[in-house]
Every structure is written in C-alpha cells, then in structure tokens.
Design a protein around this ligand. Structure first.
Ligand SMILES: Cc1ncc(C[n+]2csc(CCOP(=O)(O)OP(=O)(O)O)c2C)c(N)n1
Length: 674
C-alpha cells in the first residue's frame, strides 16, 4: 500500500535512493504516520516535522554503528519506521508493543533511552568520550529540539563539550514550538537567526583559522566548496553557540531533503563540536497539525483510522480543555486550573509557574487571565522550583504545577531551596501515579518516596476532585511551609466516592442487622461492626488528619489519594464475606494521621496500605516505620521495585493489584494471617 516505504526494511535500503525518491518516501512516511498515530494515539506533530531530517540522517550516518541520540525521544517514530519496526506500529505505546520512545532493549538502532527532555547532548558527549577512549571511529549526533534547548542540562553539556576537542555533532531541530509556543531568550535568539537573510552561516574568523589548519582546514574547505552552490555564506556575530565553543552552521531548511543531506554530510565530516541549526515545521504535511501543532503534539487513539484521515477529529491526549470557572472539569488538571484562577482573582499575590506544560497542567486560562502572574519557564523544572522559593520568601504566593515524573528533576531545589528554608511554595504534582502509555520514563510513582523525607514538607493526596479544590485552598492559606499536593491523570468525581461510601455503609448496616443464621459467614462477632454517620463532606481539611469512612475490627485499610475508591470497593467485598474493615482515607501522606491509623492497627492487628506509588519509601512504608513494637500483620499494595512499562492505566493498576480485586485479595491474605 506504500509503494516505496514497504520496500524499506533496514536503514541501508535508503542509501541508494535519489532525491526524488526520498521526496516520495517522505510523503509516504507522512501518510503512514497520520494513519497510524491517529488510530493508535501518540506524538504526531513532532514526528511529521522530522521526516526529511530523519531521512537525511539515515543517508549520511551508518546505523547502528554511528549513534544518534534523540532528545526526549517522542519524535523517533520515523526512525523506528526506517529501522525495521514499521510492522509493529499497530502496537505503538500499548502493553508489550512498540515504545513511544527510544529503547535500547527494543532495538540496536536506539543508542540511548530517553523520555525526559534535554539529556541528549550530555549523553552524546559521554558516548563520544567512551568511543575516543576505546579508539573507536563512529560518529555521534544529538538531535535536540528548540524546546528541549530551554532545559539547563543542555548548557552544562555544551559548556563541557565546547571547551573540549571532542568530535560531537548537535543537530538543533528548530520548529519554534515546545508543546506550546517555545519561550525564553534562547528561543528569541533562534528567531533572530531564523530571520537573517544568510542561509548557511559561519563566522569567518573561525573559518580563516580553520583554513590554516592542515587537518581541519582541508575537509572544511572541500565541504564549503561542495555546498557553495546551495548555500550562502555570511557572518553572524554573537551566536550563542559559537560563544560556547561550537561551530555553528545554519539555519538550513529542514524539509529540503537534497540540501539537508549535502550539508549534513559536510557537518558530519568536521572535527570538534559542531551544531547544525535546522528549521522545520511542526506538523508538516498535515494541515490541521501545521495550523495547531499544540493540539496535535500528542493525540489520543480514536480507533477508526481510515475515516479519520479525512474526517475524524483526534482527541488531544493529556491535554484537557482550557480550564474556566464555568466549564465542567474533565480532569484533576482542569479542577486545579479553575480553582487557582478563582483564588488568584481575590489575591494578587498568587502566581502560577509551569515548565513548558501550561495546557497539560490546566493553566491555559490562568495564563490568559493573569499573564503578569503566570510564568512558563520552559523545560526547566529545577529553575521553576527555585524561582518559586525566591518569590515565596519575598511576598508572593507561588504555585508550581509540574508532572510528578518531571519533578524528579528538581529534587535538590525542593530540598535545598524550599524545604530547608521553609519556603511557602505550593507544589501541585500532576500525573502522579500510573500514567499509562508513555511508559516507564513517565510513570509518576516516585514522588512520595523522594519527597517524604524532606524536612518541613507537607504532602497531601486528594481522593477526588472536591478534595483537590479544598486542599489547594488549604495549602495556600493554612499551611506556612512547603506543601505538595499529588493527584493522578484523569479525574475522580466526589459523587462517585460518596456513592461508594454509601454503598459500603449500607452493606455494613445490612450485615449488622442480619440474623445470625442469615449472615453469609458467621465469622465476626457483632461488635466488630459499627456504622458511621451517613453524612460525608470533604470540604474541611484539618492539618495531618485523615478520615475514617467505615469501621470494623478485622483489618485497617489506609488508602492514599486515588486509591480510596478501590479501597472502599474492597471493603464492600470484604463485608459481603463477613469481614469489616476500618477504611481510612489518608488525605495527608506527610504527616500522616498517626493517631487514627496506628490506633486502628492496634485494634485490628492488620494494616493494608494502598498507594499508587512505589512501595519502597512510600506511604505504606512510612506507616510501617511507626509500627515497630506493635504486633500486627502488614501489607503494602503499591508498585514494585522495577520499571513499570507502558500500557493502559487501568490495566497496569490491575496488574499490580491496585484495583478493587487486588486490594480484596491482599486483604483476605492478611486476614488469613492469625
Ligand atoms: C524534563 C521534561 N519536562 C517536560 C517534558 C514534556 N515534554 C515532552 S516533549 C516537550 C516539548 C519539546 O519541544 P521540542 O524539544 O522543541 O520538540 P518538538 O516537540 O517541538 O519537536 C515537552 C515539554 C519532558 N519530556 N521532559
């Protein structure tokens, strides 16, 4: 069905294609991408933008001997198609399917695993140094977007590479976009370079010096003479990359496959650190993605690809509709955004900070309503947190909104800049828990473990949307120091939790009033049941206090945040079997409600802790630390000490026993312990 593409099985298959064939191949690849990504979900616009760039890299480099390090790695679909993985695209981002990111364990053509931004230059430099130490001769290129170039790690890497003589190639894929419009001074600098009339740029003092060098000068001279027909040559002073010790070339048209290949050949033959600035269009070749690249950065599956190509409207993945005070919330991010917007209306000191994810974290409406109090710092999570620390110590009320997985970047900033000096920063931790299809690099399961040992920090986890709203307000106005609120992808409605609580209570009530011979299992003494008052209100948060939602003397179930629904379901199933549980909604992970939980465990002799985070160092383990000396049986249901691979969120939770049935089974195991 794809005449040329279907013949490409391995990278060498494109080596002999001429420019016209490559153009045709590029067009077929775009068709394949649109068809498959709209059907399966994934990163669409970024991949459409790098089709010619990937082809040019494949023409010039010899894979897998040469190494290409793709920054973030979300734009590697073309690379995967060309390196023998086209046939596996129907399983893209699904359990046991093709990863949405480079994976060394998936293919020898993936040189370095990525997922988080701005690592490629460091990784490439490391590979270069290992190569040189071993006397190897292969070439190493980092392909990095202008968005990723806002991350500080790039500059640490360039600072190191730029003073070295190491042969390192950096390809800057500049499409002016991060997920949303790129931000910051570097982005402005790139824009200035874009608008220069010069097409191929090289500082001529460097050129002159190079020409005098016997080793470097010759290849450079021949390179320039080779490409002089396709490029102009000009002097641009003050290019930041030159200042950092890189030779800068560009900008070049990233969709002109013929020129791009020629220039890349020249650049790849150079010595020392070089940077080639390539201009691409995000979403290239698919009108809807070109005109709204943000919406098509990531798309959700819609399951009917053939029609979709012309008519279907892909749903943006992980990108809720902008939050407004009136729109119904469809995600925790939405709730967060609209509540913060409301609070900011009456308090000018409230500021919002995000790291290149304003849509994802629900801050689009805030950014429009209060642009002077909204700070998108680029992909710079470390900076976001320290910036917030500074703001908070001098009169502002900063709220950072960052995905759990990206907070990993900012460990020391949270500890050193916020917690140690007790800065009142509210840290909204979005996408905490299992995120699903993005796989192990993106699971938000480590935040409890890496935050809870920090002095002065308060960590909360809402069980539903109403609680998130209440906690956000509470964190801003009732907590003096650092406060983190972690919540998952999607939404849990307060009404659903209320329903579950009511069902559980009704079940316990039935059990309590049943005649002994009518009870399904006459295991429990009647005293083990009692019924809590029916009214349940989440509006009042009390510092360090959890909530007892059902009582029983067989087992204590302490649920952190999003696990409450499953815990209530498990308790209902236990009740149907004649067992009654104390069900505690933890609300506070740190400090957890020790009075409530430990006293309950003293009564039941059994603790089941449920959390959608890693077991090691998590919520359950913090309770266990306090249980020494108390005779009891414990079980922590959480995520094991291993990478948690991609798949559907529900399926992953189920697989690890974090659904109703899993918790029920764990509870029954514990109850079986005498
Ligand atoms: C540390 C980190 N923060 C945030 C993200 C989320 N993220 C994924 S892609 C992306 C934008 C990258 O922009 P760019 O490098 O220009 O690539 P493009 O998608 O434009 O091709 C962001 C912010 C991430 N992967 N890593």
């Amino acid at each position: 069905m794809y005449e040329l593409l279907d013949k490409i099985k391995l990278p060498e298959d494109i080596k002999n294609l001429n420019t016209a064939d490559l153009r045709r191949l590029a067009s077929e690849i775009r068709g394949f991408l649109i068809e498959n990504v709209l059907r399966n979900g994934g990163h669409l616009a970024s991949n459409l933008g790098v089709v010619e760039l990937t082809l040019a890299l494949y023409k010039v480099f010899n894979l897998p001997e040469d190494k290409i390090i793709w920054d973030v790695g979300h734009q590697t679909y073309v690379h995967k198609i060309l390196s023998g993985r086209k046939g596996r695209f129907s399983g893209l981002r699904q359990e046991n399917g093709l990863s949405g990111f480079p994976k060394r364990e998936e293919s020898a053509f993936d040189a370095f695993n990525t997922g988080h931004s701005s690592t490629s230059i460091s990784a490439a430099l490391g590979i270069v140094r290992a190569r040189d130490a071993a006397g190897g001769r292969f070439r190493v290129a980092a392909v990095i977007g202008d968005g990723a170039l806002t991350g500080g790690l790039c500059y640490e890497a360039m600072n190191d590479a730029g003073r070295s003589e190491n042969d390192l190639i950096v390809i800057l894929n500049d499409n002016t976009m991060s997920i949303s419009k790129n931000v910051g001074a570097i982005s402005k600098h790139l824009n200035r370079l874009r608008s220069r009339p010069g097409y191929f740029l090289l500082r001529d003092d460097i050129h002159d010096r190079l020409m005098k060098l016997p080793v470097i000068g010759k290849p450079l001279a021949s390179f320039i003479s080779k490409i002089k027909n396709v490029v102009k040559y000009a002097l641009i002073p003050g290019i930041v990359f030159e200042g950092m010790g890189f030779r800068y070339f560009g900008p070049v048209d990233g969709h002109n496959i013929g020129e791009l290949t020629e220039i890349l050949k020249g650049v790849a033959a150079m010595r020392g650190p070089v940077l080639l600035h390539v201009l691409t269009v995000k979403g290239m070749g698919y009108g809807r993605a070109e005109s709204d690249p943000q919406k098509f950065h990531g798309v959700a599956p819609n399951g009917n690809a053939p029609n979709t190509l012309n008519t279907g409207a892909p749903t943006p993945a992980a990108m809720p509709a902008p939050a407004t005070a009136h729109a119904p919330a469809s995600s925790f991010s939405d709730v967060f955004g609209s509540v913060l917007l409301g609070l900011a209306a009456s308090d000018k000191s409230v500021t919002a900070i995000c790291a290149a994810m304003s849509s994802g974290v629900g801050l689009d409406a805030f950014s429009k309503e209060y642009p002077e109090r909204f700070f998108d710092v680029g992909i710079a999570e470390q900076h976001a947190l320290t910036l917030a620390a500074g703001m908070s110590l001098y009169g502002l009320r900063p709220v950072t909104a960052i995905y759990s997985t990206f907070m990993q970047r900012a460990y020391d900033q949270v500890l050193h800049d916020i917690c140690l000096q007790k800065a009142h920063v509210v840290m909204a931790i979005d996408r905490a828990g299992i995120v699903g299809e993005d796989g192990e690099t993106h699971q938000g399961i480590y935040d409890i473990a890496f935050l809870r040992h920090m002095p002065n920090i308060t960590i909360m986890a809402p069980a539903h949307d109403g609680e998130l709203a209440a906690m956000l307000k509470y964190a801003l106005y009732d907590i003096a120091g650092p406060a983190a609120i972690r919540y998952p992808k999607g939404i849990i409605a307060e009404a659903d939790i209320c329903d579950k609580i009511n069902r559980l209570r009704a079940r316990l009530h039935t059990q309590l009033h049943a005649q002994p011979n009518e009870r399904p299992f006459a295991i429990m003494p009647r005293e083990s049941f009692s019924i809590l008052p029916a009214d349940y209100s989440a509006s009042s948060i009390e510092y360090g206090k959890g909530e007892l939602l059902a009582t029983g003397s067989d087992i204590t179930i302490a649920a952190a945040g999003a696990m409450l629904g499953a815990a209530l379901g498990a308790a209902e199933a236990l009740a149907a079997r004649g067992y009654a549980a104390d069900v505690i909604s933890a609300r506070f992970i740190k400090p957890f409600d020790a009075d409530l939980i430990i006293n309950s465990v003293r009564k039941t002799g059994r603790l089941l802790a449920a959390e959608d985070g890693c077991v090691a160092g998590g919520f359950g383990s913090s309770i266990c630390e306090r249980l020494s000396g108390i005779k009891c049986a414990t079980k922590i249901c959480g995520l094991p000490d291993m990478p948690i691979a991609q798949g559907g969120r529900g399926a992953i939770l189920k697989k690890h026993g974090l659904d109703e049935e899993g918790l029920l089974a764990a509870a029954l195991d514990l109850i079986a312990v005498k």
